[in-house]
Design a protein around this ligand. Sequence first.
Ligand code: F6R
Length: 599
Amino acid sequence: MCGIIGYVGADGALPIVATGLKNLEYRGYDSAGIALNNGTVDVFKQSGEIDDLTLPAEHSATCGIGHTRWSTHGQPTDANAHPHTDESGDVAVVHNGIIDNYESLKSELSSHTFTSETDTEVIPHLVEEHLSDGDDLLSAVEATIERLEGSFAIAVTTSGQDGFVVARQDSPLVLGHGEDGNFVASDVTAFLEHTREVSYLEDGDVALVTGADVTVYHDGGTVDRPVQTVDWEADAAEKGGYDHYMLKEIHEQPQALRQTLSGRLDTVTGDVDLELDLPEQYLNSLEEIQVVACGTSNHAGQYAARLLEQFADVRTTVEVASEYEFRGGRDPWRTLVVAVTQSGETADTLSAMRRAASAGARTLAVTNVVGSTAAREADDVVYIRAGPEIGVAATKTFAAQVATLTMLTVYVGRQRGALSGDRASTLLENLRRLPGAIQQVLDEEDATREVAYDLIDSDGFFFVGRHLGWPVAMEGALKLKEISYINAEGFAAGELKHGTLALVTEDTPVLAVLTDGAKPDQTLNNVKEVESRGAPVIGVSSLDDTTKYLDVEFAVPDLGTLEPLVANVFLQLFAYHVADALGRSIDKPRNLAKSVTVE
Ligand code: F6R
């Protein structure tokens, strides 16, 4: 997730675009840049935070576009920072999204010189080709986006152009209509201090934005996108109108997952493209995968371990990273150590990964942060592409981790010959349907809130699940604990009766994850055991006929091995609304930090 902004009007563009970028910093902050157009285009860009960007004290341009980056293709370097230009430097582009077919476009443009590793750089080169064929900027951008596969929100300006052209496909873009000029941005936060009159572009829209006018085109004709007045304050706008980043990030999951999966699945052949090149011989001789991770990432690892054993036929263990040194390191030559870490900076995980590497194991980092320590130090890396997560409690990154690790399972299973194309296709088809299934759960938020409000006075909570539902039960409990400060524990459904059942009373509700068909009868027996002790039971279920055992049931759509991941979204919303009703500091829970960089 990157942030883009553009302004054209009567005022100097430099301070407006620079402040707009600062307002968008929460969308990404590993590099930044601005292109100013006063007849000729000047570009200022570099890696690092927006405050560190070297800009001129003054500039006469009244048109400018800017970008703050969250890397997906290429390290956060000066060369990879946006805006990107063609060879002449006349066409400047800022882009949020991922161009899936950039490699094939790049080889088509073999006579052009590329200076970055980004997917974006193909865009100015394609625009330049059309401009040199005599097109105006609007037609050049229209012709260019016809060639692009993937997601994009772009703004393009060129020397001699009054204003800029913008286009959107599967990435957000909003226009701002001011008295002295017009704006475009990834969200309204960027320009809220200048105007509250906005219109939202839709997929397939292209707009020509000048100081005097904004014209939106769709399918060759002009269209009206209604102008609305935003009444949020800046703080709420940054959170997309939600009260907390955590809630915004829960709701962002469908979009984040589309980005995670973009260009990586072939549901017909059952293959995945993770830009990963583990030698086939190495994968075939692999005896074990060891996942090292902490907290929520550890739960994602536990989910993945069950998939890897089932579909890739490889023994997989999951270690709490801080415990790895006491157990790991068996037969390192035939062990792949997978470090799952959102931040890529968790000290315990890095230490386990280093230990494995020094023992001779190959290491693979699964992380959200391009250029993080884990990404740099591991032998191989796969990015989960969830965009920045601000809330301390991990939500969308857990979903993106499990989705990425499901793709890794398919990759390893296919390479090892353990997974047929048909079974792989089913897994990938479910991944493709995942964002829609999660949206269905999000649409039930009001009902989840009601149940949460009813239970805020409880003494404590238990979460139970079987097989893939077990890691999700643990994750549900962790989420509730960390933001509500109420004690909660997650158990394997069959395990409660071996002791902990003694604690179950009418004041300890039980949330049961009833999904993925793993011995549903036994799991329902476990549910009956707690129900007969008087505990309220809330089921998150894809099973038929469970209502009679449950006080409340939330339905999870059928989605095979991904059903528990969908169920987890109910648990996230539940935890959020319990904590909200109790007035907790949801985005910054007491005693916790987003990234734990000490052992
Ligand atoms: C819980 C949470 C933590 C992190 C853990 C590991 O909501 O966010 O449990 O999952 O600190 O962090 P990363 O994934 O950055 O290594």
